[in-house]
Design a protein around this ligand. Structure first.
Ligand code: G6P
Length: 623
């Protein structure tokens, strides 16, 4: 979604802004812009609808010199994507320019007041523009830029990360935030940066300060940075954090798309996580968790959005199967729609790749107020979620995920949940140690089998392309592979834009079957396990009604292979008669791979924007 960047230092701000905006492209946006404080004493604003290249072309035609600047990528919420609605926005007298992420909830009232009492004419349809006018009025009344910001945060309601520059105070960038992240980057040459996503700063510094809600920061041209508490208005000493993200994640490493690179990174991430958490004596360690966090709980509530939610669905199955603790799972947005019933014996597990998804953060904050314990599974140690879960963080260590469609974060989240389930089973003595040891041993085969599966990419590509002209697909699965049917369908629709629906295979007969005919290919996940035969029946029922039948099967399969039109074969997982109950336990790690790949290859074939599908944002920072 929207992204903010800023630079103040002795170099040309524009170069830094464009480079940083380039990094933020992955978040999804529909316009971009910059404001530069120019040596002639004016603020120059340049903005353009569409891709960042449009802005780059404009700035190349009209290069702006200046040491201070702010920039923005906008994902439209209030007001259509257009040049005018793009940020930065300026006050009527062009005294101040702002960039904003978030939503100002009381903007209608504020706008009315500004029009009625101050005869202000609005240039855009955005909520953000009120902030520029409010600041402009404060500056006119004689307040410094910092004090103007401190004053207006008492007037605006909603979520915001804000950066502003002003002619009035030309050596300064002012920042503030509430329920939306913004960080300061401390450069080596007394230069300072800011960004709503620290990924934008990786190329310049690893020293950051995360602003807390309603703090106001002043970045100075001489390299000084001052942080104030918005309530007391007193200066505070901020905590400097060291960024540990790997800049290599921002490189395609020879792959055509970030998505393909990230799909292929999965075995290495799983291997790394296993090495980190499973010790040589097969002991599972979560060194980052406070020991008391996992004790004395009688209920678990998982929440997340999108792909993170589907990882949570599989986590629920793993946790209930092993730890025998009742687990509820809910979309964060739905949790927010009702009373969240939790207490101090409830562990809320919030899953979020970015750690910045608004719904997830709000649900977590509500649960925390009611006394629940929080465990966060995230990819970003510098995120708001991670800060909320101090002593309760499991990092998925997947490296920055650039492609909007989540892939590597999904399998990494699943693995963390599996390890947590085994660990909880040990703590709660819910299963004999031989069983748990067998499971831990089995986990070690996963990276290799995942690699063998990915090595079949080309075959999967060849097999899916004949279906390129289909208008709708249905994905079916049961038990551990029901969430995989949902996640596979999500990947398929977000990348190819083809209507794709995932169902619990057993639900087929209760409605979805009415949509099935020869134009609706049905893809079933048919890996060995207790539900294999039932799922195969559902698949045949669809086939009987004319649906082309596709399936994910393993190399040893005999029955489904004969029934299906197209099979995506994966290597068989090790099988033990003694531990037959766990036959499909690990299959999601393998079955999801062909589904990610067929979505990628078909989208690529159809000429879609694979890394940044239309209308989607990587991190959804508004409710
Ligand atoms: C957006 C992304 C999805 C992601 C979801 C949750 O919708 O496009 O890929 O799964 O947000 O994001 P999170 O960062 O909380 O995992």
């Amino acid at each position: 979604m929207c992204g903010i960047v800023g630079y103040i230092g002795q170099d040309n701000a524009l170069d830094y802004l464009i480079n940083s905006l380039r990094v933020l492209e992955y978040r999804g946006y529909d316009s971009s812009g910059v404001a530069i404080y120019s040596p002639d004493g004016h603020i120059k604003i340049i903005k353009a609808k569409g891709k960042l290249n449009n802005l780059i072309e404009l700035t190349a035609r009209n290069p702006q010199k200046g040491k201070i600047g702010i920039g923005h990528t906008r994902w439209a919420t209030q007001g259509i994507p257009s040049d005018i609605n793009a940020h930065p926005h300026a006050s009527s007298d062009s005294e101040v320019a702002i960039v904003h992420n978030g939503i100002i909830n009381n903007f209608h009232e504020l706008k009315e007041e500004l029009i009625k009492n101050f005869k202000i004419t609005f240039a855009s349809d955005t909520d953000s523009e009120v902030i520029a006018h409010l600041l402009g009025l404060e500056l006119k009344a004689g307040f410094s830029l910092k004090n103007s910001m401190l004053n207006i945060i008492n007037k605006i309601k909603g979520s915001y990360a804000l950066a502003a520059i002003s002619k009035n105070d030309p050596n300064t960038i002012i920042l503030t935030c509430h329920d939306a992240p913004i960080v300061i980057g401390i450069g080596k040459e007394k230069d300072l940066f800011c960004a709503s996503d620290s990924a934008a700063l990786l190329q310049y510094t690893d020293q950051i300060i995360r602003l807390k809600d309603r703090q106001v920061a002043e970045l100075k041209l001489n390299g000084e940075y001052l942080v104030f508490d918005g309530k007391t208005q007193k200066q505070i000493t901020p905590q400097i954090q060291v960024l540990n993200a790997d800049p290599v994640s921002l490189d395609k490493a020879g792959y055509k798309h970030f998505l393909l690179k990230e799909i292929n990174e999965q075995p290495a991430i799983i291997r790394k996580l296993l090495a980190h958490h499973v010790k040589d004596n097969l002991k599972i360690e979560f060194a980052e968790l406070k020991p008391e966090l996992l004790k004395d709980i009688n209920r678990i509530l998982i929440c997340g959005c999108g792909t993170a939610f589907y990882a949570g669905m599989i986590g629920k199955l793993a946790l209930e199967t092993l730890a025998k603790i009742p687990v509820e799972i809910e979309f964060a947005s739905e949790l927010l729609a009702r009373e969240i019933l939790v207490d101090e014996k409830t562990l809320i597990i919030a899953i979020s790749q970015s750690g910045e998804t608004a719904d997830t953060l709000l649900a977590v904050k509500t649960a925390l107020k009611k006394g629940a314990k929080l465990l966060a599974i995230t990819n970003r140690s510098d995120s708001t979620l991670s800060a909320l879960a101090e002593g309760g963080n499991i990092l998925i260590q997947a490296g920055i995920e650039v492609s909007v469609a989540a892939t590597k974060s999904f399998t990494a989240q699943m693995l963390c949940l599996y390890l947590l389930a085994i660990n909880l089973a040990e703590i709660h003595n819910s299963l004999p140690s031989e069983k748990l040891n067998w499971l831990k041993n089995e986990l070690r085969y996963l990276p290799q089998i995942m690699e063998q599966t990915l090595a079949r990419s080309e075959t999967y590509r060849e097999k899916i392309l004949p279906y390129a002209q289909q208008k709708a697909f249905v994905f079916l699965g049961r038990n551990f592979n029901y969430p995989i049917a949902l996640e596979g369908a999500l990947k398929f629709k977000e990348l190819t834009y083809i209507q794709t629906t995932g169902y619990a295979a057993g639900e087929m007969k209760h409605g979805p079957i009415a949509t099935i005919d020869e134009t609706t290919p049905t893809l079933s996940i048919l890996l060995p396990g207790s539900t294999y035969h039932k799922t195969l029946h559902n698949c045949i029922e669809a086939k009987t009604r004319g649906a082309p039948s596709l399936g994910v099967i393993d190399d040893l399969d005999k029955s489904a292979r004969q029934e299906l039109d197209t099979v995506f074969e994966v290597p068989a997982l090790p099988f033990s008669e003694e531990y037959k109950e766990f036959q499909d336990f690990f299959s999601p790690f393998i079955s999801v791979l062909p589904l990610q790949l067929i979505a990628y290859y078909l989208a690529e074939h159809l000429g879609k924007d694979v890394d940044q599908p239309r209308n989607l944002a990587k991190s959804v920072t508004v409710e």
